[in-house]
Design a protein around this ligand. Structure first.
Ligand SMILES: C[S@@+](CC[C@H](N)C(=O)[O-])C[C@H]1O[C@@H](n2cnc3c(N)ncnc32)[C@H](O)[C@@H]1O
Length: 197
């Protein structure tokens, strides 16, 4: 876990929550919901202030939400239908199997080797036919942004090959031009994959 990144989120949780709430529901979460079995159980990996967790809960899914920032998680505490825990993504174990795993712009804060270890764990935490969504910045160089956050963006080609070697079939992919929390223009990719039976 990158402490400087988590400190940033701890100190800016309220502003982040406002920024994320103002964006409303997006295409990625609609696609994820449409492809996850109804009333299924999902994990929101690096849930932040939990806007997506709440939307999935409101749409019938049971949600386990994890994040390393205590302050981000304050927004999700004591909410029915969402079980939240403070956890470093790197410490994930395989005690539960999910119908879906949603990882929206959190994995990019892990070092490259940590990301690759995580991608190996994902199939072990999914039920057969379960869905894995990854939203991530596109690029091939890691950097620290002006707010102190570590970014380790990825190339489409590399992730396609990693998904394939981990038994995950990509059934939908799109990229878009977006803006980060600090207003910087960013290129992002959305991968939707299914664990092969
Ligand atoms: C850009 S925010 C995304 C939050 C949320 N998924 C969303 O789409 O709004 C990144 C989140 O990843 C979390 N995060 C970063 N590194 C993490 C780690 N190693 N373990 C758990 N959470 C982490 C941060 O605390 C932050 O809440």
């Amino acid at each position: 876990m990158d402490n400087e990144t988590i400190n940033f989120y701890d100190q800016n949780a309220e502003e982040y929550s406002k920024w994320r709430s103002n964006q409303g529901a997006d295409l990625a979460q609609e696609i994820f919901l449409q492809n996850t079995i109804s009333a299924g159980n999902i994990m929101d990996l690096g849930c932040g202030t939990g806007e997506k967790s709440l939307w999935f809960r409101d749409n019938g899914l049971t949600v386990k939400a994890v994040d390393a920032s205590n302050q981000m998680l304050q927004f999700l505490k004591n909410i029915d239908g969402v079980k939240c825990s403070r956890m470093d993504i790197n410490e994930l174990s395989f005690e539960e199997n999910f119908d879906g795993i949603w990882a929206s712009f959190s994995v990019q804060h892990l070092e490259l080797h940590e990301q690759n270890i995580l991608f190996k764990k994902i199939p072990k935490m999914l039920k057969a036919g379960g869905i894995f969504y990854l939203g991530i910045h596109e690029g091939n160089q890691s950097y620290r942004d002006q707010l102190g956050r570590l970014y380790v963006p990825r190339a489409e080609k590399d992730l396609r090959s990693i998904f394939l070697s981990n038994n995950l079939s990509i059934f939908k992919f799109f990229r878009e031009q977006s803006h980060s929390f600090d207003g910087d223009p960013i290129k992002v990719m959305h991968f939707f994959s299914r664990l092969n039976a």
